[in-house]
Design a protein around this ligand. Structure first.
Ligand SMILES: *Cc1c(COP(=O)(O)O)cnc(C)c1O
Length: 387
């Protein structure tokens, strides 16, 4: 190589001076844990995703998913249907509440949970189905909603990848068809607060319960039911809650990130388009695009190595790294992990799409901070690695 290339990390958080200044201001304000910035972020987030939804800021998407299941009274004996193609967080919250995860297959094109697979998995014990908007490609919520209509089964969206995305029922997060939707603001996600998350819902009972349970089960409003003015010192503990609140330091950063969300999304969409154009003739399957009228968040760009490529994933990843480009894998499906195996018996028969697709999947760097030069370096590395 004639030109010296810098190493391209897999995911560079797109944060800078504006975020640093916002955090510094929060520090100096003296209010560093949950306070005015968190409440402002919740308000702004509701406006961003869909107007009259309630937003509940939390310390992570994992916390938000846990709170959603808790608020829906999920417990031992209940079955929760989840896709095998996801991060372990989607599954672990099911165990937090003592319920049983039922692990189902994905569609081979979209890598989103397969409707057919969910149909087969539904039982009288099914309480919640958790679709994951994989890589930011919106799940067809309308078809899941039709499938579950009248069954009493709730939908909770794992939208960790899906800010901003628009699906069949409007913007992901507007919760037109689900009980709750949960976003992640983890360091590598499309909008970040370092660690953080947001739960949105249109159900006032879910919102109220999640607000109580995110902070020790403390209910500051219970006094108001008996008296018009609660003294400032009063609080009542109504349940053994959790410590899942978002700090004002994180929220200050989140407010800047949310303002920049559309611009960052435009850049990721452009990068995805550059990859797509460059790879059309290569032996890789490109990620599915959002259907007409919908919007992909482009959190991840997952390619799948076709047989014609003639190399396995490990070799491809090594060749990329030799060309100074980091890659990643999203995800090692649940059924391959020691702890989840017992919950996914007979993957060959029940999860054939995931079994066939998982070994081929590689994620390429995709961050709104990448320059055209860096994108071209990734393109050259992919092209060179597949020669
Ligand atoms: C990142 C991620 C989560 C968890 O997000 P945290 O904010 O780190 O808890 C959940 N589900 C999926 C699909 C994720 O990728």
């Amino acid at each position: 190589m004639s030109e010296a290339h810098d190493f391209i990390p897999f995911a560079l958080p797109d944060v800078g001076d504006e975020e640093a200044q916002a955090v510094a201001e929060a520090v100096k304000s003296g209010w560093i844990t949950s306070g005015p910035s968190m409440r402002s972020l919740e308000r702004e987030f509701s406006q961003y995703v869909g107007g009259d939804v309630e937003s509940v800021a939390v310390s992570s998407a994992t916390a938000g998913l846990h709170l959603a299941l808790e608020a829906l009274n999920v417990g031992p004996g209940d079955e929760i249907i989840i896709p095998t193609w996801t991060f372990t967080a989607t599954a672990e919250v099911v165990r937090y509440v003592g319920a049983t995860p039922v692990i189902v297959d994905v569609d081979p094109l979209t890598l989103n949970m397969s409707l057919e697979s969910v149909k087969r998995a539904i039982s009288p014990r099914t309480k919640v189905v958790i679709p994951v908007h994989m890589a930011g490609l919106p799940v067809d919520m309308a078809s899941f909603s039709r499938l579950l209509a009248g069954s009493g089964v709730s939908l909770v969206e794992d939208a960790a990848h899906a800010l901003p995305a628009v699906g069949t029922d409007n913007r992901v997060g507007s919760v037109g068809l689900s009980a709750a939707c949960v976003f992640s603001f983890y360091a590598t996600k499309t909008v970040t607060t370092g660690e953080g998350g947001m739960l949105t819902t249109r159900d006032p009972d879910i919102a109220a319960r999640a607000r109580i349970m995110r902070l020790h089960g403390i209910d500051r409003d219970s006094f108001n039911r008996y008296s018009s003015v609660a003294p400032g010192w009063f609080y009542d503990v109504v349940a053994p809650g959790y410590k899942y609140n978002m700090t004002d330091l994180a929220a200050a950063m989140g407010r800047v990130q949310l303002r920049r969300s559309d611009a960052m999304h435009r850049r990721r969409t452009r990068i995805a388009q550059m990859y797509r154009e460059a790879f059309t003739d290569l032996p890789v399957q490109l990620p599915a695009e959002a259907p007409e009228g919908q919007v992909h968040a482009w959190h991840l760009f997952i390619v799948r190595l076709l047989d014609e490529a003639g190399i396995d994933r490990g070799t491809f990843i090594k060749r990329m790294s030799d060309r100074s480009v980091a890659t990643s894998v999203h995800f090692i499906p649940l059924h391959e992990h020691t702890y989840w195996k017992p919950y996914a018996p007979d993957p060959l028969a029940l999860l054939p799409n995931a079994v066939a697709q998982a070994p081929r999947a590689v994620s390429l760097p995709l961050s709104s901070r990448m320059t055209d030069g860096q994108v071209n370096q990734v393109i050259e590395a992919v092209t060179g690695s597949l020669k």
